[in-house]
Ligand binder design. Structure first.
Ligand code: ATP
Length: 365
């Protein structure tokens, strides 16, 4: 390309093509342990839809309903079957598009369990015992009066090895990015370490698995409405602790009205000293797109009643559309089964290709 300077001299530039960014493989999962709540929505689902909209043509997106993970806690088979189908309906209702993203049931792709076994042989029991989720289960199983006494019957092997299955879910697709809530950070670090252990053991020259990157959401972790020391969870015993995506306006009002706050006057954002109040501000911020601090400033001289009214209105505005769409889709069981079946075909094709290579590398071909 030629150009002329102010002084009239001619200058030549060479235009070099910028290296093409490598296509991303974006994978995430959600357990069919009940209707997703506000934490799942703002911590995961909203982000998935945004990633889908921004993804390049070569990027692949996979969203899985992870039924095997759900079995780490006791499940009623009939309720689990319904929850699996509901979860497909909910993914569609929030805006995941089966033409653009692979939507599938984890348990339709056997490669996950095979890879999980191979990867489990590369990680120590001690490392799994140091995972926060295992330690919190252990704390529940410990006798409050006698620390040395543990109720072993509630500690199944799946609870310990669950993060290995999660690593297999991710690596079966050679995923490069994993969009999850910040509660999953330790699990993604483990998946990276497992990928690295596999590469060192079986693929020294060529890095077979790339180390998957955690993509956290801008929204902060949403806490239980009744016990803000815990995160909002589908499996939590107290149903008043969460707002589910299918709750009616009246249910939303009741749950937010009953949310734990404090007796301090005025509204400030202070997650340590005022976890309940700050959690309401986090929810308001997630709904409006502001920061929690900016929301606190708006309500600084007002009371909890005013804050709760604003949170109720914002949550209802955020959930009205997905709730309507979910109700419509739930009646379309054949369509939901078709979406899952088509997703399974696409997912199997990718995961089986990885497993063929894994078997060769490990001497199991
Ligand atoms: P369960 O209560 O059955 O263990 P869960 O509600 O914790 O389930 P998962 O299905 O394990 O949710 O997670 C799905 C996604 O939702 C993950 O990306 C997780 O990080 C995110 N997530 C779950 N709970 C919250 C929360 N309270 N705040 C923000 N993100 C969350």
């Amino acid at each position: 390309v030629g150009a002329e300077t102010d002084a009239g001299a001619s200058v030549r530039f060479t235009v070099v093509d910028a290296p093409k960014p490598r296509p991303r493989v974006i994978f995430s999962g959600i357990q069919p342990t009940g209707i997703p709540h506000l934490g799942n929505y703002f911590g995961a689902l909203v982000n998935w839809v945004k990633l889908q909209a921004e993804a390049g043509a070569d990027d692949k997106l996979l969203f899985s309903v992870v039924g095997w993970h759900a079995l780490t806690l006791p499940q009623d088979p009939r309720k689990l079957a319904a929850a699996r189908s509901d979860m497909i309906a909910l993914l569609l209702a929030v805006g995941i598009d089966p033409k653009r993203s692979v939507i599938f049931h984890q348990d339709h792709v056997q490669a996950h369990t095979e890879l999980s076994w191979i990867l489990g042989c590369l990680i120590s029991v001690g490392r799994l015992q140091r995972m926060t989720t295992w330690k919190s289960r252990l704390a529940v199983a410990r006798n409050a009066n006698d620390e040395s006494e543990i109720d072993d019957s509630v500690l199944n092997t799946g609870l310990l090895t669950y993060p290995v299955l999660q690593a297999a879910d991710i690596l079966a697709y050679k995923s490069t990015h994993v969009p999850v809530g910040d509660d999953q950070q330790q699990h993604i670090e483990l998946a990276r370490d497992i990928a690295d252990a596999f590469n060192r053991a079986y693929s020294k020259k060529r890095r077979f698995f790339s180390l998957p990157d955690l993509m956290t959401t801008p929204s902060k972790r949403i806490l239980s409405l009744t016990d803000p020391s815990a995160k909002m969870s589908k499996s939590a015993f107290d149903p008043k602790s969460r707002i589910e995506l299918t709750h009616t306006a009246a249910e939303i009002t009741t749950r937010i009205r009953g949310a734990t706050t404090d007796s301090i006057q005025g509204i400030t954002y202070d997650p340590v000293a005022r976890p309940g109040t700050s959690n309401l501000l986090t929810i308001l911020a997630a709904c409006t797109g502001e920061s929690a601090e900016a929301c606190a400033a708006r309500f600084a001289s007002r009371d909890h009643g005013a804050l709760k009214a604003a949170v109720t209105e914002a949550v209802e505005a955020a959930l009205a559309q997905p709730r309507k769409e979910f109700t419509r889709l739930r009646a379309e069981q054949t369509y939901l089964a078709d979406v899952a079946a088509e997703g399974a075909v696409k997912a199997r094709e990718m995961a089986d290709a990885t497993l063929r290579e894994v078997r060769k590398l490990t001497g199991l071909a």
